[in-house]
Write a protein that binds this ligand. Structure first.
Ligand code: HEM
Length: 459
């Protein structure tokens, strides 16, 4: 089955869904499986969902057209997120306002700031490993969420958040809600007094209270702002070429945005990294050999990263197999041609790093975990937009350098001191893309902690 969307345009293969609901159930309950079925139809494939035409675009060339060349035509729709949690933050904003905000916010991730965030990351990493006991069984999933939350709240707001903090649950509710509304044909207004909305409002209040608290504190001590290096303080000081600053409301919206965009993605990337390493001892040994020879027992610094290339390869390969943000969504403002295919105004385009990263023509034996794919020489041979964990074009992830640095540093810090072994007969984990935006394991991942001895380190 295929559809020709104009007389001259090429035909787009099409996957027909159920009458009335189209592919809604498949997208809601078996999203990854459904996206993979679509990707097998070709570089672009259509499916039915609601009244608007929907397409999965799965080739580097077409993705470049959507995200870069026609970036102004394909916009990012996020009105439900806006109402509920983010206001008009960077993920939601559009056009000239987005461009201006992006420029302002890029200053937060300059190398001199990254170097100070690096110190926070390794401090928390060392604290984490010190608290581990040899032989104990831990829930890797929960521990990585706790670690990522502690680091991110420190970097973002200079807040100390410990496991069990109310922020954890509030974030979970916020993220699950964002995912729920993304593929619902009917959205219940959030001011209706349903039990679900009550929980949502409570979560929103927790996030607002804590973020406003940190914000108020900066405002009251504004004379010390320039001495502080957390992202909130930098946002308050950021100014454009004419010297204008963001309004207070905008600063708050951007803080919430950074939190929502950055925390869960990093946490998931860390979980998948350790899960894969526990399954591949030969890769783990190579990581440990590298950290032992470069660091010799000391805590890594930002400057060390250039000398730890294998650790970075491992992290990049993890993001290929399990991209924490596995789907990007855009809508066409106007009729548009993409790769000779005609897409009508109002069409929705999905881009899935999960299916793209499984194209065997770019990643032979795609299900195999193989960090050698990311040696500098081999990475250079990949076509642009074949590897897309952070998206691309004017909306490419703002925190991509930060995220790579955090993964790289934590890998080096922890691998030097610890080894994780999956408990015997651990079931294969599945993916929970139905309840959250990020690619999450759908169950506990239990591992046994091994603290490395000096003999082990000397090989
Ligand atoms: C491994 C971790 C991460 C992954 C895989 C990831 C992935 C992504 C992707 C795919 C997008 C593009 C979405 C789109 O085009 O619609 C994005 C956007 C964004 N990310 Fe990340 N991200 C990560 C970490 C972070 C961190 C740590 C931060 C903040 C410190 C962050 C902040 C943002 C922001 C603000 C945007 C919106 C950019 C815009 O629309 O201009 N991300 N991220």
């Amino acid at each position: 089955m295929s559809i020709a969307t104009s007389i001259t345009a090429k035909e787009i293969p099409y996957l027909r869904g159920w009458p009335l609901v189209g592919s809604q159930l498949a997208l809601k309950y078996e999203r990854l499986h459904f996206l993979q079925r679509l990707s097998r139809l070709g570089d672009i494939a259509g499916f039915s969902f609601g009244t608007a035409p929907h397409f999965l675009v799965n080739s580097p060339q077409l993705i470049q057209e959507v995200l870069v060349e026609h970036a102004a035509t394909f916009y990012h729709r996020g009105r439900y997120l806006r109402r509920a949690f983010i206001g008009n933050g960077l993920i939601i904003s559009d056009g000239e306002f987005h461009r201006k905000q992006r420029k302002l916010m890029a200053t937060l991730f300059q190398p001199r700031h990254l170097a100070t965030y690096a110190e926070t990351i390794t401090r928390y990493g060392e604290q984490f490993q010190q608290e581990m006991r040899h032989g104990e069984v831990i829930d890797l999933h929960q521990k990585m969420i706790d670690l990522a939350m502690s680091i991110f709240s420190k970097v973002l707001f200079d807040l100390e958040i410990r496991p069990g903090d109310e922020m954890m649950e509030a974030m979970d509710i916020a993220l699950a809600h964002s995912a729920k509304v993304l593929f619902s044909l009917v959205a219940i207004p959030i001011h209706w007094p349903t039990p679900y909305n009550k929980r949502l409002q409570q979560a929103r209040q927790v996030l607002q209270k804590r973020i406003r608290g940190a914000f108020q504190q900066r405002k009251e001590n504004s004379e010390h702002l320039s001495e502080q290096n957390d992202l909130l303080s930098l946002l308050l000081q950021a100014s454009d070429d004419e010297g204008s600053r963001m309004s207070d409301q905008q600063v708050l919206d951007e803080c919430r945005t950074l939190f929502i965009a950055g925390f869960e993605t990093i946490a998931m990337a860390l979980i998948w990294t350790w899960y894969l390493l526990a399954q591949h001892p030969e890769v783990y040994q190579k990581v440990q050999k590298e950290v032992d020879s470069v660091l010799g027992g000391r805590t890594p610094t930002y400057e060390d990263l250039a000398n730890l290339p294998y650790c970075l390869q491992v992290f990049k390969e993890t993001l290929r197999l399990y991209p924490p943000a596995p789907m990007i969504r855009r809508e066409a403002r106007d009729d548009v041609e993409v790769g000779g295919y005609h897409l009508a105004r109002g069409s929705t385009v999905l881009i899935s790093a999960y299916t793209l990263h499984r194209r065997a023509d770019y990643f032979p034996e795609p299900e195999r975990f193989d960090p050698e794919r990311f040696t500098p020489e081999r990475e250079k041979q990949l076509p642009r937009y074949a590897y897309l964990p952070f998206g691309g074009g004017p909306r490419v992830c703002l925190g991509n350098h930060f995220a790579l640095m955090e993964g790289h540093l934590l890998l080096a810090t922890l691998a030097q001191r610890l080894r994780f072994e999956l408990v015997a007969n651990h079931p294969e984990v599945g993916f929970d893309l139905e309840h959250n935006l990020a690619l999450r394991p759908d169950r506990k991942i239990e591992v046994i902690v091994h603290k490395r001895t000096e003999e082990e380190k000397q090989g």
